[in-house]
Write a protein that binds this ligand. Structure first.
Ligand SMILES: Nc1ncnc2c1ncn2[C@@H]1O[C@H](COP(=O)(O)OP(=O)(O)OP(=O)(O)O)[C@@H](O)[C@H]1O
Ligand SMILES: [Mg+2]
Length: 165
């Protein structure tokens, strides 16, 4: 999948709050329709990052919980509809049909955030998709975060943000 993207960058998040802050920055620069594909093992910080994104959109952090059992949570803001999807319990793209996701994906005002995106990566549009991969590091509080995109300006904005942090 990552091979399909022209641009990428990686950095180390040193704490949970750094991951939330980074998510908040992503939330500010992502413009609908947008797909944020989060990859990474259990406990790497996908939900924390999502809380940051939601915070940027005016949704309370505590309202964002892992939708592992319901699979899909939907949050509405005046401008956008935010779909938070957890594919942990999903086998493959075919299972998605049951969620009525197709209709949501047609909307222009949608921001879709997907945990365990590796399972359904082929269902995502090639355009407007950003992949974020989270990996454990040698320290309990550290995560390696890698971003893949076809939008050079988007990647440049992230580089600027990381330089200032
Ligand atoms: N630098 C860091 N960034 C993100 N989370 C961190 C970091 N350091 C420690 N953590 C801890 O890792 C955990 C991440 O949990 P979170 O629920 O976000 O993971 P997840 O990837 O969504 O897991 P799951 O696959 O179960 O949904 C939290 O307990 C958080 O405090
Ligand atoms: Mg989660």
């Amino acid at each position: 999948m990552e091979r399909d993207f022209k641009y990428s960058l990686s950095f180390i998040s040193s704490s949970p709050s750094e991951t939330i802050n980074f998510g908040e920055f992503l939330g500010r620069i992502l413009k609908s329709p947008a797909f944020l594909a989060l990859k990474g093992n259990l406990g790497t910080g996908k939900t924390l990052l999502t809380k940051g994104v939601a915070k940027a959109k005016g949704i309370k952090e505590e309202d964002v919980v892992s939708p592992t059992f319901v699979i899909l949570n939907v949050y509405k803001t005046p401008k956008e509809i935010i779909c938070h999807l957890d594919c942990y319990r999903i086998k493959d793209e075919e299972d998605l049909a049951d969620l009525g996701l197709d209709q949501l994906l047609q909307r222009k005002d949608v921001l879709v955030i997907i945990e365990w995106a590796e399972k359904i990566i082929n269902a995502l549009p090639k355009e407007n998709t950003t992949v974020v991969e989270l990996e454990f590091s040698n320290d309990d509080l550290k995560r390696k975060i890698s971003i893949y995109s076809n939008d050079s300006k988007f990647i440049e904005k992230i580089k600027d943000f990381l330089r200032k942090e």
